[in-house]
Write a protein of this length. Structure first.
Length: 84
């Protein structure tokens, strides 16, 4: 890396940091999922949890709860029928 490249890199890092002053710090890994009470949340590209589904709001087929299940060999977080 030349001295000019280094200066450009530092300036770009400074400008990007300045533009994002006040931006929330990432709290999760992109595309991670979790249950937060009865809510299914997905980590967005900014590293913030985003509501995907509210299991309490589902009205068809009885009661629903947030949980993990395996689909196509992958563990996923979803609204699942509540177990008795």
């Amino acid at each position: 890396m030349s001295r000019g490249d280094l200066v450009v890199s530092v300036v770009v890092a400074f400008v990007l940091g300045w533009l994002c002053t006040g931006c929330p710090a990432p709290v999760c890994q992109t595309l991670a999922s979790r249950c937060s009470g009865s809510r299914v949340e997905l980590c967005d590209s900014r590293g913030q949890w985003t509501l995907v589904a509210d299991c309490d709001a589902l009205t068809s087929g009885g009661e629903w709860e947030c949980g993990e299940t395996v689909s196509a060999g992958e563990t996923v977080t979803a609204c699942l029928p509540e177990q008795p």
